[in-house]
Design a protein around this ligand. Structure first.
Ligand SMILES: Nc1ncnc2c1ncn2[C@@H]1O[C@H](COP(=O)(O)OP(=O)(O)OP(=O)(O)O)[C@@H](O)[C@H]1O
Length: 269
């Protein structure tokens, strides 16, 4: 019995996880001379929702954005190390970044639907990526994506209305549907509920749970309660370093590192 407990305590939290969907290897990220991420290595798995937590400015968003090369849009940003998607380096030259961002989609803090119809918000991606052979197929993708994002019943009778006329929570589900429409493998969410009220937040959290296992989901959140509710694996970042990465339950009940414990008990951040 004692052995079993000892074994459980030292068990690799990723032992049953299978091959990683994404892997970061010794990743450091700089803005000009300023280092924002320092030598981070971690694997992301499809069957888990992975939360990134840590005090403001610790580099969570910077690291998240490196997973689909969103940092490329910041002139001073530079990424060192390797980030692999299905074992292939996403920073290799000749990689099609538009294609990468379809495979690794992103949902932002503030819902950002296009100022177009609900239908067009979803149809745009599949159209430019050539995922539908005609109108009927595109209609199907739009319906399926809205269904999966838990928005279909609310919008099916007004697909021609502007996406920006929806409530904040609906807009965020529209943005999730838009990411889903191009058949991603990974969905990155950067504080997706920070602009939403508690009811809309709860809907998004339920949605994340519904989507778990179909896509590898990574969520940056300031809310430890949210991380505890939605994720199965949690990485704690502090001052650009990843301090600890474990089962979410371990991080919140039995952290190994003093810095993690101080953070989850509210001593800083
Ligand atoms: N575009 C940028 N140019 C220069 N420095 C930046 C830029 N974006 C972020 N930084 C810096 O990099 C560090 C990490 O920032 P980042 O936004 O990744 O942290 P974070 O943990 O996501 O913070 P928060 O929780 O407040 O969003 C901070 O010191 C920040 O000031």
């Amino acid at each position: 019995m004692a052995d079993a407990i000892a074994h459980e305590e030292t068990a690799d939290p990723f032992a049953d996880a299978g091959p990683a969907k994404m892997s970061a290897r010794n990743v450091s990220i700089f803005y000009g001379d300023k280092q924002a991420i320092d030598d981070v290595s971690l694997d992301i798995h499809t069957q888990y929702v992975t939360a990134f937590i840590g005090p403001s400015g610790c580099g969570k968003s910077t690291f998240l954005r490196s997973l689909n090369r969103m940092n490329d849009t910041i002139a001073s940003a530079r990424v060192k190390g390797e980030i692999l998607l299905d074992g292939e380096d996403i920073y290799r030259s000749r990689l099609d970044v538009v294609q990468l961002r379809a495979r690794v989609g992103m949902v932002f803090q503030k819902p950002n639907p296009f100022p177009k119809s609900i239908y067009e918000n979803i149809a745009y991606g599949p159209r430019i990526h050539g995922l539908a052979s005609g109108k009927a197929e595109l209609d199907q993708i739009v319906e399926k994506s809205l269904q999966r994002a838990g928005l279909w019943d609310e919008v099916k009778d007004r697909l021609g209305d502007s996406g920006t006329a929806l409530s904040g929570g609906q807009q965020q589900r529209l943005c999730i549907a838009r990411a889903i429409a191009v058949d991603p493998e990974v969905i990155l969410m950067d504080e997706p509920c920070s602009a939403l009220d508690p009811i809309a937040t709860a809907r998004i959290e339920e949605l994340i749970d519904d989507l778990r296992g179909r896509y590898a989901i990574v969520i940056v959140t300031h809310s430890m309660q949210q991380a505890a509710r939605v994720s199965q694996r949690t990485a704690f970042f502090h001052l650009g370093k990843m301090v600890e990465y474990d089962k979410t339950s371990e991080i919140f009940t039995n952290p190994r590192e003093v810095r993690t414990k101080d953070y989850i008990t509210g001593r800083y951040g």
